[in-house]
Design a protein around this ligand. Structure first.
Ligand code: SER
Length: 316
């Protein structure tokens, strides 16, 4: 049975990862940590500790006292926020990751951290983006992610640390809203569809990005954690994706459920530039081959589920 410490447990992925891990491995075997206290939600319903990931000493103490055998490092600033404050992003994203890797080395923990489609840049092939390809990102977030991927490989090769990771696309969920990402429009649009019947997109029509529904992302994390290490040629930064769409396509999918729904555009140049520097559609075949990655939700199936769940959440 695993004993898992999770950083960033109140973040976009963390808030739902906690529920998933506690149902797989038992409530008391998952220690949720974050920089702030949970008022409600999954993190509050089980072991929780305050942790600023730049505090290596406290991270070590918490992991050690909990008897952790696994570290899931989720705390990070997303792409648009990182562009607003590059130094903060460097200190938090890289400082936090180095601390988490070092604590994992000292305590010999299995290690997971997510990379992102943000680890690619304008010179990366845009369609069918291969697992191993050019990575010259032009954002601070991307620089952090590439360095993170390399560091995770380094800790595996140098110390034999059991590091594992994926490159997530934009993640869409009905539980926690993302904050400060470029792909956030694909979450906001569902809320606004129910609240106002219309949405103004800050991403231009025709801009394709990879996306995935959160249940598939969580399953991918557990599947990779449990994967037979003998089958892993790569360890970190596996391309995973479930769909690629542009704003008018997600709008059309919503229209099938809410016929009067309308989309308009008011492009934010900063987030648009980030989106333009990322691939249109990455190739997940390496993850499929090495550990059986699969996604259950396509765009329409996700739309139906999102709207159903949000109707209850928003009392609509
Ligand atoms: N969803 C993230 C972002 O937009 C990508 O990793 O920043």
């Amino acid at each position: 049975m695993k004993k898992i410490i999770v950083t960033g447990a109140l973040g976009q992925i963390g808030s739902e990862l906690i529920t998933k891990l506690r149902s797989e491995y038992g409530v008391d075997n998952v220690l949720a940590t974050d920089i702030r206290h949970p008022n409600t939600g999954a993190a509050a319903r089980g072991p929780f500790e305050i942790l600023d990931v730049t505090d290596a000493k406290k991270m070590h103490t918490l992991a050690n006292d909990f008897g952790a055998d696994t570290m899931m490092h989720m705390a990070a600033l997303l792409s648009a926020k990182a562009e607003e404050n590059p130094m903060l992003a460097w200190n938090l994203n890289m400082g936090g990751l180095m601390n988490a890797l070092e604590v994992s080395r000292e305590l010999n923990l299995q290690f997971f951290t997510p990379s992102s489609i943000g680890a690619f840049g304008p010179s990366t092939p845009k369609k069918g983006t291969p697992q191993d390809t050019l990575q010259r990102p032009t954002t601070m977030y991307g620089v952090n992610k590439v360095a993170g991927e390399l560091l995770c490989d380094y800790y595996f090769n140098k110390y034999g640390l059991d590091t594992r990771g994926v490159r997530f696309p934009g993640l869409i969920s009905n539980v926690a809203k993302p904050g400060g990402g470029t792909t956030d429009y694909a979450v906001d649009i569902y809320y606004k569809a129910l609240e106002e019947g219309k949405y103004t997109s800050y991403i231009a029509e025709g801009t394709y990005m990879d996306m995935m529904y959160m249940p598939d992302a969580l399953q991918a994390i557990v599947d990779l954690l449990e994967a037979d290490p003998a089958k892993l040629v790569h360890r970190n930064a596996f391309n995973v994706t479930a769909m690629s769409f542009e704003p008018s396509e997600i709008a059309a999918s919503i229209k099938k459920q809410i016929p009067d729904f309308e989309i308009a555009y008011e492009v934010d140049p900063i987030r648009q530039a980030i989106a333009d520097s990322w691939p249109d559609a990455i190739d997940p075949s390496t993850a499929i081959k090495e550990w059986g990655f699969k996604a259950a939700y396509n765009l329409d199936k996700m739309t139906i589920d999102m709207l159903e769940k949000l109707k209850i959440k928003l009392n609509k």
